[in-house]
Ligand binder design. Structure first.
Ligand code: SF4
Ligand code: FES
Length: 247
């Protein structure tokens, strides 16, 4: 395949960025999207040009570091991560526009790399449980109903990629927070800190500059792990409960 790539280039966090156009040839449908960018970068390096900076780590859809806006869609045209998107989703002659996540709370570091430290600070604010260290407790000592365990497991698949924020017209991280609050709130271990968790996470979310949720639903459509929209209802339910409890 021959492709035309229009890629956001930005030298650093404060530099003025711009779209640059690159032609690339010999792209196989079996390449992942990131492998296609690797090929482009090998060409650029061979020509003595600066390669395109982009993030990746596991390249297996697990770590959440690889997100890109591809033709205006977070992670591109398939429900998967950018690293698991394959070039067979495109055709010969296509023009592909590649941008970093667009959100005030995710500032661009360089080219396609953004700083998603805001997610880490939201987790530090409440996305955890406190436990006494020591040997693992007997599993049967904390029974969890099957449906609760399945719900907790399903929403725990959120990988913190940030696609929900990039897709949301308000730049809200409510789906991400809802996944964490629901995951821990379904389990007995998550109950002692349940009220403080949601209050502190929402306060940090707002302080980071994320927007509010207006139930548009672009987040869940873009989510590579198919986190359902009703986790945001759970987030709001828990927040109201915490406020009724005086927090
Ligand atoms: S909710 Fe989905 S889109 Fe948002 S960070 Fe988690 S995995 Fe990514
Ligand atoms: S590189 Fe880890 S999810 Fe894509």
């Amino acid at each position: 395949m021959k492709l035309t790539l229009k890629i956001w280039r930005q030298a650093n966090a404060t530099a003025q960025g711009a779209m640059h156009t690159y032609d690339i040839d010999g792209v196989s449908g079996d390449m992942s999207f990131l492998e296609m960018l690797d090929v482009l970068n090998e060409d650029l390096i061979a020509k003595g040009e600066e390669p395109v900076a982009f993030d990746s780590d596991c390249r297996e859809g697990i770590c959440g570091t690889c997100g890109l806006m591809i033709n205006g869609q977070a992670h591109g045209p398939e429900v998967t991560t950018t690293c698991q998107l394959h070039m067979r989703s495109f055709k010969d002659g296509d023009e592909i526009v590649i941008e970093p996540w667009r959100s005030d709370a995710f500032p661009v570091i360089k080219d396609l790399c953004v700083d998603r430290g805001a997610f880490d600070r939201i987790i530090q604010a409440g996305g955890y449980i406190s436990v006494n260290t020591g040997s693992a407790p007997e599993a049967h000592s904390v029974p969890v109903p099957r449906d609760d365990a399945m719900r907790a497991f399903n929403v725990a698949t959120c990988i913190g990629c940030g696609a929900c924020v990039a897709a949301c017209p308000n730049g809200s991280a409510s789906l991400f927070m809802g996944a964490k609050v629901t995951h821990l709130g379904e389990l007995p271990q998550g109950q002692p800190e349940r009220d403080n968790r949601v209050v502190n996470m929402v306060a940090q979310h707002d302080a980071e500059g994320f927007g509010g949720c207006t139930n548009i639903g672009e987040c869940t459509a873009a989510c590579p792990k198919e986190i359902p929209l009703d986790v945001i209802s759970r987030l709001n339910w828990d927040l109201h409960a915490a406020m009724r409890h005086g927090l």
